[in-house]
Design a protein around this ligand. Structure first.
Ligand code: C5P
Length: 238
């Protein structure tokens, strides 16, 4: 995993809020405690892209979780447009055609692509229903290797998968992990969770954290506590 990432930048706060004004208020409350924000589909469809540009202008980093997937020409053109927004990360589904088209379309843009291998809401039965010949483990491994071959920069995965994926993929891809819960935090609808410190020691590069920060009584203090945990874990790495 790259060691030159600024520790605070390893925390990506998911702005899972229904309106731009609520998201903007949250960003103001978080201030300098958070450098990196994830904007997903909900906020994107309610004015999130201009907000992304606003955040970039304010010196923040933005992860656009748009999960692109279409015919290669459409994916390429969409990727070209997203690259103009100044975001740092963009998600795409890990289909070989989609990944290759997006990678070529990036040109020399600094935007990095993250592949979503298999949605965590899918189990083996769901994949069978959808017509796949592989179970979750096999399909995740197959798509991770295809992502690497396509020159995709990173993978989104559960922190529980990070260690075994490092063995499979090596150190040249970024691992971005949601499902993070500081010790004692409300797990809510996440089933497989890991603390920030443990996720880092398991090999995650970036942690996506939503509600433990955005629904905290003091969001900035919650973010600072996570950054402190990340720093502690980095210090204790062999
Ligand atoms: O609030 P919480 O910390 O659970 O938010 C996690 C964020 O990561 C949400 O934006 C969610 O959509 C996203 N995510 C996830 N699990 C995945 C992929 C993305 O929780 N497998």
């Amino acid at each position: 995993m790259p060691s030159n990432i600024i520790p605070r930048d390893r925390l990506i706060v998911a702005l899972d809020l229904p309106s731009v004004s609520q998201a903007r208020t949250m960003v103001e409350r978080l201030g300098s405690s958070v450098n990196f924000y994830k904007i997903g589909m909900e906020l994107t469809y309610s004015g999130g892209l201009p907000l992304a540009e606003e955040l970039v202008r304010a010196g923040k980093k933005v992860f656009l979780d748009l999960k692109l997937h279409d015919i290669p020409n459409t994916v390429a053109r969409a990727t070209e447009q997203v690259a103009k927004l100044g975001a740092t990360f963009l998600t795409i589904h890990a289909y070989p055609q989609t990944m290759k088209a997006a990678r070529v379309a990036l040109g020399d843009s600094p935007l990095k692509l993250l592949a979503v291998t298999v949605m965590t809401s899918y189990d083996d039965g769901d994949l069978r229903d959808a017509g796949f010949a592989y179970g979750v483990r096999e399909l995740v491994a197959r798509r991770a290797r295809q992502a690497q071959d396509a020159g995709v920069h990173g993978l989104v995965m559960s922190a529980e998968e990070a260690k075994s994926m490092r063995v499979l993929i090596g150190n040249d891809m970024l691992f971005v992990t949601p499902g993070i819960r500081p010790a004692g935090a409300d797990v809510a609808d996440q089933k497989r969770v890991m603390t920030p410190a443990r996720a880092i020691t398991e090999g995650a590069d970036y942690l996506v954290v939503g509600r433990p920060v955005t629904q905290a009584e003091d969001p900035a203090a919650a973010a600072e506590a996570i950054v402190a945990e990340i720093l502690g874990a980095l210090g204790s790495k062999p």
